[in-house]
Design a protein around this ligand. Structure first.
Ligand code: PQQ
Length: 241
């Protein structure tokens, strides 16, 4: 008798609680808050040049988030899911053309200005290290090519983002007073937006990942995303004095 192929061997999907715990375990152990560069940021050890390099690199990530969210949007076939996901693009790009009410991208440009970076320097991407470009490109391409379940699961790093935002705000206020506090508006907004986005994405993943194979793919997608964020910080860490 030949053994049944793995997908037919009757292995049951994990119960929702176990699946959720496995997803949370990925960010608990592999999220970029543990990266040495991030740890140095929190301890107040970054030079102004390093902090500016990080801001420029992260702007490159940030400006691609609405692009990958548009790719996810195209894969969602239910109106209520599209409506909810569309809000992410509004959050980043702003809901109208009024710069005073700009979205996350505008707030990130203001963070750059508060840290002494001209917005042109962020917009022309001249300060972005090659490794950062590769990491961001990898994330966008993943969301373009993979099933929508994988792309949504990859966004679940945001399960850990609100805690990181709180720590980061405190660290900036304490250790980097040369950055005007008004520049921290981006992070303040993300505490609530990130929590809402993570809840919404988790519900979607729990709903769509019905088989063990789908659940394992979701966990792998989240691991991949942690690698993207880690590689991004590696590149920032190693790309200059
Ligand atoms: O500053 C951060 O550490 C951080 C991390 C992440 C993340 O976990 O990918 C996001 C953000 N910020 C963020 O601001 C953001 O809008 C965002 C969207 C996404 C995503 O994958 O959909 N991640 C993140």
């Amino acid at each position: 008798m030949t053994a049944a192929p793995p997908e037919l061997d009757g292995r049951a999907a994990w119960p929702a609680a176990e699946f959720t715990a496995r997803l949370r375990a990925v960010t608990a152990t592999r999220y970029h808050d543990r990266h040495p560069f991030n740890q140095r940021m929190h301890r107040g050890e970054l030079t102004p040049a390093e902090l500016r390099r990080w801001i420029a690199a992260r702007f490159h990530y940030q400006r691609h988030i609405p692009v990958k969210d548009a790719l996810i949007l195209a894969g969602l076939d239910r109106p209520e899911e599209r409506r909810a996901w569309l809000r992410r693009i509004h959050d980043q790009d702003g809901i109208d053309a009024d710069p005073a009410r700009g979205g996350g991208i505008e707030r990130w440009l203001r963070l750059g200005e508060a840290a002494g970076l001209a917005r042109e320097e962020l917009l022309d991407a001249s300060r972005v290290p090659p490794g950062v470009r590769f990491a961001v490109e990898a994330y966008v391409t993943f969301c373009r090519r993979r099933p929508v379940l994988d792309a949504v699961a990859a966004s679940l790093t945001e399960l850990s983002a609100p805690d990181l935002m709180r720590t980061r705000i405190a660290a900036f206020e304490r250790h980097y007073p040369w950055i005007d506090p008004s520049g921290l508006a981006y992070f303040r907004t993300r505490v609530t937006q990130g929590a809402r986005d993570a809840d919404q994405a988790l519900a979607l993943v729990l709903d769509r990942a019905r088989t063990l194979e789908e659940q394992q793919r979701a966990v792998a997608a989240l691991e991949f995303k942690c690698d993207v964020l880690w590689a991004l910080l590696d590149a920032v860490d190693r790309s200059g004095p």
